[in-house]
Design a protein around this ligand. Structure first.
Ligand code: MG
Length: 297
């Protein structure tokens, strides 16, 4: 199931993406007197009950051919981040691909222990939303295409063996980074937290649709030119390890988003570096998930 949040006819909604359409689950459930969660966050919080109930309702409505009034072509919606208001900072793994660690410095930059930083909640924006280039704050804005994990079950002290039971699904993140600020201020927080520098989406794909999240192709292009082309099997720390290490002493909450790191090919890795400018179109494609597109302005 692909869960999206969006605005249509001036109203915020969420629903299931089905081919070139999205089905509004709020209006569909209302018209059948069913009670479904009112947001993607609530859907995640409601646990394993939600996908079963949602599928049931969709099947019933399809049989009755009554779904049309609740369906919108994707071109008619305004995409929101799948979880429009996140409860906590986006957690990000740094230098989780060997070749990227090397392009950021040298072999010495390959981490021995997992490296984690966060992006402020105010960085989150949706698919096809314009992202400011922030030229008053940085001259080195860079892209980072990443697979992201969405936590579906709260937990602490989660073992690697149990970790996948805590995953709700997957999405794509562009961990946009102001390289000059990242370097200047030591701690990454400012350089990673300029407003709207965390496009997320287009939607969350539930985990049942992704058999092997550690074997997905990942590709980032800028204005149609491929800059990053890799596979998630090159991650140094795999998803079960990331969840296990993060949850050791820190409770992971439902709806937490963890970006798993970016492969080689970021703008800073080129000589000379190729940072983003207004008008650039960044597209990140992860196999089995989709394409996250944002234009800089
Ligand atoms: Mg990153």
């Amino acid at each position: 199931m692909k869960l999206a949040s969006f605005v249509v006819n001036g109203k915020a909604a969420y629903g299931v993406v089905d081919g070139e359409y999205v089905i509004d689950l709020i209006s569909l459930s209302k018209s059948y007197g069913e009670s479904l969660p009112h947001s993607v966050q609530e859907a995640i919080d409601s646990g394993e009950e939600f996908p079963v109930k949602a599928e049931e309702l969709l099947r019933f409505a399809r049989d009755k051919k009554a779904i049309a009034g609740h369906m919108y072509p994707l071109g008619e919606i305004n995409w929101l981040p799948p979880i429009p208001v996140v409860k906590r900072n986006i957690m990000c793994v740094g230098k989780n691909y060997r070749d990227h660690a090397i392009e950021m410095g040298s072999e010495k930059d390959i981490p021995e222990h997992i490296m984690i930083f966060t992006k402020a909640t105010t960085t989150v924006t949706g698919h096809e939303q314009k992202v400011p280039v922030h030229d008053d704050a940085t001259s080195e804005l860079d892209y980072e295409g990443e697979l992201a994990v969405v936590i579906g079950k709260k937990g602490k002290g989660i073992s690697p063996d149990e970790a996948m039971n805590h995953v709700f699904g997957y999405t794509i993140v562009n961990d946009l980074t102001a390289r000059d600020l990242q370097k200047k201020h030591g701690q990454f927080f400012i350089g990673k937290s300029l407003d709207s520098t965390c496009p997320v989406g287009p939607y969350i794909v539930t985990k049942d649709e992704i058999d092997a999240p550690d074997r997905l192709t990942i590709k980032t292009s800028v204005n149609g030119e491929v800059r990053q082309s890799s596979s998630t099997d090159l991650m140094i720390f795999k998803i079960p390890d990331i969840i296990s290490i993060l949850s050791k002493g820190m409770t992971l909450e439902t709806g937490d988003i963890i970006a798993t790191g970016t492969p080689a090919g970021v703008g800073k890795g080129f000589n000379p570096p190729r940072f983003l400018k207004a008008g650039d179109l960044v597209e990140i494609e992860v196999e089995g998930i989709g394409i996250l597109t944002n234009q800089l302005q």
